[in-house]
Design a protein around this ligand. Structure first.
Ligand code: ADP
Length: 266
């Protein structure tokens, strides 16, 4: 068996090939010992580990494992996923919305990190919890999908009252920017959570579209576990990216890019 593992800040992503078929699993980082136990019980296998917690995982393994830098692993994994979907181009951007967000330009098979933002999946969970008390990721995204941002976000059209704005009035002028003092106790969890996802999605896509100017492509491949079962985040990112003139792509199993890339070098 060959096994690729991406041990990140929040989740451990595992890709493995058995009888020619690729399988995917994910675990919370708190279960790193369980993952190590699973690998140790496999017996005859080859393992490559990547991600910020790869050192911790390798120290728990009985057999030697290959390690690789996560940016390289992610790049290789994205290549495999895009090829499978027949979407591979010579140049594109990759925005990995993990615990934090990292942006890369891939040109002629070479990846360069252009930057990133601390606003990412960790912000989604942390801010959501602080504002509403909700703890579980699946509950956060389910409630958010029923909420409206209308009473919380300030749009450009709200500022340009009775006057034609110089940019689209539908753009967000300020996330959480409406006069909230008088309605703060009246806002629902659904509204607050939808607005957190709006903040994360608009930040991530805005930074990505700006980074695309440094890359000769306007295709932005969005990956990372923050998109798992999260149609609202996908929709915010997709519509903002298109509005700013770039082309968003969400590959199937994008959250397993690092694990796939690690597996691909074995
Ligand atoms: P990392 O490699 O830094 O762990 P990921 O790409 O795995 O990053 O993304 C982590 C983010 O995915 C979390 O911050 C959260 O927003 C989201 N997420 C998706 N599913 C879960 C889950 N089951 N538990 C916690 N977070 C999840």
């Amino acid at each position: 068996m060959i096994v690729g593992i991406d041990a990140g800040g929040t989740l451990i992503k595992v890709a493995y090939t058995e009888k020619g078929k690729v399988h995917f699993e994910k675990y919370p980082i708190a279960e790193i010992e369980r993952v190590a136990g699973w690998v140790n019980g496999l017996g005859d296998c080859q393992v490559c580990v990547t991600g910020g917690k790869s050192g911790v995982l390798v120290s728990l393994l009985d057999q030697p494992a290959q390690e690789m830098v996560e940016f390289e692993a992610t790049h290789l994994g994205v290549q495999v996923l895009l090829k499978e979907m027949d979407l591979l181009e010579d140049a594109y951007l990759v925005t990995n919305v993990g615990t934090g967000t990292s942006i890369h330009c891939i040109q002629d098979n070479v990846q360069e990190r252009l930057g990133g933002t601390g606003v990412g999946g960790g912000t989604l969970i942390g801010l959501s919890h602080l504002l509403t008390g909700v703890t579980r990721y699946d509950e956060i995204v389910a409630l958010a999908s029923q909420g409206s941002r209308d009473r919380i976000d300030l749009k450009v059209k709200h500022i340009y009252e009775g006057k034609e704005p110089p940019i689209s009035g539908e753009l967000t002028a300020s996330n959480f920017g409406q006069d909230l003092f008088s309605i703060s106790s009246d806002l629902t969890k659904e509204e607050l959570l939808a607005t957190v996802i709006g903040l994360v999605g608009e930040t991530v896509s805005t930074v990505s579209v700006q980074a695309a100017r440094q890359c000769r492509s306007s295709t932005i491949v969005y990956i990372g576990s923050s998109f798992i079962d999260n149609p609202l985040l996908k929709e915010v990112v997709k519509s903002y990216t298109i509005l700013r003139g770039s082309v968003p792509v969400f590959p199937d199993n994008g959250e397993f890019s690092g694990a796939m890339g690690a597996m691909s070098v074995l």
